[in-house]
Design a protein around this ligand. Structure first.
Ligand code: 5GP
Length: 190
């Protein structure tokens, strides 16, 4: 998606060889028009997949995912990273190792929002090792529901997430694929 790649070139901040900071349009401040365009792209890619719900993880997945859900005309559910007083029982949970926080957390979704006949589009802001996306897919499968595929805004293709998810049989669609962050430069996959 050229618009997204240009935004990454213009505003992305490379932190070392592994991490890209995009807090001016996705991870802190949000660019609503760009999110709308991202949602349209993801929805178009999965238009024929029979999606009945979108699933993402709080908090940075929510903006692109809500736009995709609106376009697909289905509800969006976001997995919680921490249990709260109002979210304690009747949960599907999965342990996820966080790439950015370097710690394990248990992500959860209330059982009432995942039915066995649902077909889920899983969306996340970044794909690194695939932990977050796989955790969400496993939650869907715990309920006996289906994963139509995984939609990613920014994939770091030099990390193992994509390969891992594809080997497990998931369809992965990423709107921007980064080949390298070496020398402070963003290089995209051709
Ligand atoms: P994974 O679970 O695939 O290892 O990592 C994806 C998750 O870690 C995403 O939900 C995202 O929040 C975070 N993440 C991974 N790499 C980056 C990065 O380079 N930049 C930012 N901003 N977040 C990242």
């Amino acid at each position: 998606m050229e618009l997204l790649k240009q935004k990454i070139r213009d505003e992305g901040i490379v932190l070392g060889e592994q991490v890209l900071k995009v807090d001016s349009f996705l991870n802190h401040q949000i660019d609503p028009k760009l999110m709308f365009a991202i949602g349209e792209h993801l929805a178009a890619l999965f238009a024929a997949a029979g999606v009945t719900k979108v699933l993402t993880i709080e908090s940075s997945g929510i903006a692109p995912a809500v736009m995709a859900a609106m376009k697909l005309d289905v509800p969006l559910i976001f997995a919680r990273k921490r249990k709260s007083l109002t979210l304690q029982d009747d949960l599907y949970t999965h342990k996820v190792y966080s790439f950015t926080k370097q710690e394990e957390s248990e992500v959860s979704v209330a059982r009432k929002f995942v039915q066995a006949d649902d077909v889920f589009l899983v969306i996340d802001d970044f794909l690194a090792n695939g932990e977050a996306a796989l955790g969400m897919a496993r939650i869907v499968e715990q309920a006996g529901a289906k994963v139509a595929g995984i939609g990613i805004v920014i994939e770091k293709s030099f990390q193992p997430g994509r390969k891992r998810l594809i080997e497990l049989g998931y369809r992965v669609e990423s709107l921007a694929r980064i080949a390298s962050l070496s020398n402070g430069q963003v290089a995209f996959v051709e």
